[in-house]
Design a protein. Sequence first.
Length: 211
Amino acid sequence: MGGTPGWRETKKQRTRHALIQHAVRLFTEQGYEATTIAEISTAAEISPRTFFSYFRTKEDVLFFDHETRMARALAILAEPRPDEAPARLLRRALLDSVLAESADNQLAAELATTRTALVNAEPALQARELHLLFATQRELAHALHGAYPGLDLVDAAAAVGAMVGAVTIAAATARAAGDDEDAVRAAARHAVDLVLDGLDTLGRPARGRRR
């Protein structure tokens, strides 16, 4: 009895990953717009109704790792360590969520090049990616502000934008250069540390700014 929930969760995770992999394959072979949810479901050996228990839309399949990463980052931001500076907490939240050892992150690394190519070729996916990027930054900024009530929300938003932008472009550039995933992760860490050097004053009073 005690092993049943674990087995069910493992089966669900396998089905979800199979669904993602078949969807990406079909998007690549016949185009994103031409691929239907029914075709993805058939390839993954599930019903279209079951598809919607995993993803709300066809777009969400391609950005499958967004929610798990956000949940992890927000959980970290909700519990700052004693005497942990805002920028240090933000760094930890970003790196732990993006670089964490997880099934979703591993699959995201495997599909990174293919996913980038699909997004670059499809305006609808580019729009979705930008929407998620801005929504993520807003949510993280409010979470960081919530962890440090004395921190100005505009400062929190600027810090989040700087770090998220650094991670995003550094990883994309390393990947486009043909670097392996270890090198991509190293580039993301390095980018965050570069930004961190300029955020040492985050949370300190500044003259000429409203509070």
